[in-house]
Design a protein around this ligand. Structure first.
Ligand SMILES: Cc1cc2nc3c(=O)[nH]c(=O)nc-3n(C[C@H](O)[C@H](O)[C@H](O)COP(=O)(O)OP(=O)(O)OC[C@H]3O[C@@H](n4cnc5c(N)ncnc54)[C@H](O)[C@@H]3O)c2cc1C
Length: 540
């Protein structure tokens, strides 16, 4: 008898028995997104060490429980079509308000996320490993309305800390660190670079900055403005008389409201009608002499935005993709245990097992590879990073953003396949929403091609792969992985000797290959760490 023949002794399923099985599926999903994730805990233990891991454990456990229960329910409610954000540009008396109105669930989700210190911990350097663990749990809900704002706020904090003058820091950082997302003194951030003619080609930006007695005035049109409800916008703009291209762009903070509470010359045209990340408000905006403060020297502003802000967002993007993969895994593995076909649960079919293995493997590798990068961020923040650490971060943050985003789309797609037709239904599971969010993760903060071109430039200018392979040699444990290192090394040298028109397509293929090498080596280092394998009993 084959697996697709129901034994005569097994009763045929009925609508009632199937609904009971699906209800059991709902109950069987992880009740705590942190404690149920042994791989994450091993990775964290490996990178944090026993003491920091123990310090972080209770908070992450509490948030993991909230994430799987109350936050999940709130995000589902928030993402219903009728609860998505709406723009209310005017009040009844004809004053401009430029207000974005959210369903109450949105504020409640934010309140629960920010009070964990996911942003507040930036007040002290060296906590990114813990903060990103929280962001990963937020990623279990896809965008969830708050993942993009977290990335933008983190980028703004970091560029202010690195370049802002004391007065600007004193004015803005306390609000950005404030733990109560619903308090009037809390600030969250956004970052507006893209213009309709200048997306990947940011050097084509034409929004202007004009010096005034009070500061600077920003004018022009920004085409993609996510988190348009933010209190503080980081905006790229070209000071009058500055050179063309990216070299002439400065970085400014534009408050959404002026001191008297009126809109600060930022007129929202409309909210984007988006494929994904729908519960977060992305707008198109006209800046009309909006008051702005430069973040440090106007010169070199764009370079700082790339080095600090975009690299921060690229890491958040990857952490979010990891969280999405884990959620897809939870949905699919539990479903396969409860869904019956041909006389038994579908997880007995080798082809379903193959799908589940694929999702689990992608998630494990992505988490290991991404948290290795997060650990480098902490070393850089604490001043203990080597030149190699900085080179590795610069190279891998771009490759990893590309790779984790495409693999998250593939993993969610595979999970949808496990759920069959039900996988395509929006209110049956979160998977369709996660899949739509993944497509957005693929494009924002740099498309695949743009990241590939950045990697190619960096390889030619700085030969970053030298440090990359030195780093990988310290991580890889298995002979096959070591053999991959040798092959990848040769492939990098080949790509670098190719003519320009051949090099970029070849590099994109090579990134697909070498990211698996990177991720595998990172996981091998975690596995080889006996401490990480033996997380103390109380923390299991
Ligand atoms: C939902 C959403 C929210 C967003 N929010 C924000 C935001 O808040 N702030 C912000 O600044 N931006 C935001 N963006 C914009 C996003 O960052 C840009 O869409 C992205 O940078 C690409 O720019 P573009 O859309 O102009 O594409 P284009 O630059 O027009 O690219 C089109 C295609 O050409 C390819 N291409 C371009 N240049 C090259 C090259 N040199 N070599 C090979 N291929 C190339 C690209 O890879 C892409 O496939 C958002 C986007 C989305 C979808």
């Amino acid at each position: 008898m084959s697996a697709t023949d129901r034994p005569a002794s097994v009763p045929a399923p009925t609508p009632e028995s199937t609904r009971r099985a699906l209800s059991a599926w709902e109950l069987d999903k992880a009740a705590n997104h942190f404690t149920s994730d042994l791989d994450l805990r091993r990775v964290l233990h490996h990178h944090l060490g026993a003491r920091m891991f123990a310090d972080a454990h209770d908070g992450l456990t509490a948030f993991g429980a909230e994430s799987a229960t109350e936050i999940d329910a709130l995000v589902r409610e928030n993402n219903r079509d009728e609860n998505l954000p709406v723009l209310r540009r005017w009040d009844g008396l004809g004053h401009r308000t430029e207000a974005v109105v959210f369903h109450p669930s949105y504020a409640e989700i934010g309140r629960r996320i920010y009070r964990t210190g996911v942003i507040g911990r930036y007040a002290e350097p060296g906590h990114d490993r813990v903060q990103m663990a929280y962001a990963y749990l937020v990623g279990h809900h896809g965008e969830g309305g708050h993942l993009c704002p977290l990335a933008c706020t983190a980028g703004l904090v970091k560029i202010l800390q690195a370049r802002g003058d004391d007065d600007l820091k004193a004015r803005l950082l306390p609000g950005l660190f404030h733990l109560d997302r619903t308090a009037p003194q809390h600030f969250h951030g956004a970052q507006f670079l893209t213009e309709i003619q200048g997306g990947s080609d940011v050097g084509a930006n034409v929004v202007t900055a004009r010096k005034t007695p009070d500061g600077w005035a920003i004018s022009g049109e920004k085409w993609f403005c996510s988190v348009i409800d933010a209190d503080l916008y980081l905006v790229t703009a070209r000071p009058e008389g500055a050179p063309a291209g990216t070299a002439g762009l400065g970085a400014f903070v534009v408050p959404r409201l002026r001191a008297d509470g009126s809109p600060n010359g930022v007129h929202v045209r409309r909210l984007k009608y988006k494929l994904g990340t729908r519960s977060m408000a992305s707008g198109e905006a006209d800046f009309v002499d909006a008051l702005a403060w430069p973040i440090g020297a106007v010169e070199g502003g764009f370079k700082a935005v790339v080095d600090i802000v975009l690299n921060t967002s690229r890491l958040y993007n990857a952490v979010g993709a990891c969280g999405i993969m884990r959620r897809a895994e939870i949905e699919a593995t539990t479903y396969a245990r409860h869904r019956e076909a041909f006389g038994g649960p579908i997880d007995r079919f080798p082809l379903v097992q193959r799908s589940l293995r694929f999702i689990a493997r992608e998630r494990r590798l992505a988490v290991a590879g991404t948290f290795e990068l997060v650990a480098l961020v902490d070393r850089m923040a604490l001043g203990t990073a080597s030149a190699d650490d900085r080179a590795v971060f610069r190279l891998v943050v771009n490759m990893n953003k590309y790779w984790t985003s495409v693999r998250s789309t593939a993993a969610v797609h595979e999970a949808i396949e496990v759920l069959g037709g039900n996988g395509a239904i929006e209110d049956f599971s979160v998977l369709p929403r996660l899949w739509r969010d993944c497509i957005v993760l693929e494009s924002w903060e740099g498309t695949h091609n743009v990241l590939t071109m950045q990697v190619l430039r960096d390889l030619h200018r700085f030969r970053l792969h030298e440090a990359y392979f030195r780093h990988l040699e310290t991580l890889a444990r298995h002979p096959e992985t070591r053999a991959r290192l040798v092959a990848d090394r040769e492939a990098f040298d080949r790509v670098l000797s190719m003519p320009a028109e051949e090099a970029s397509p070849a590099l994109r293929d090579l990134i697909d290959h070498t990211m698996v090498t990177w991720q595998t080596a990172c996981w091998e280092a975690v596995e080889a760490n006996a401490d990480a394998a033996s997380i103390p009993e109380g923390f299991r």
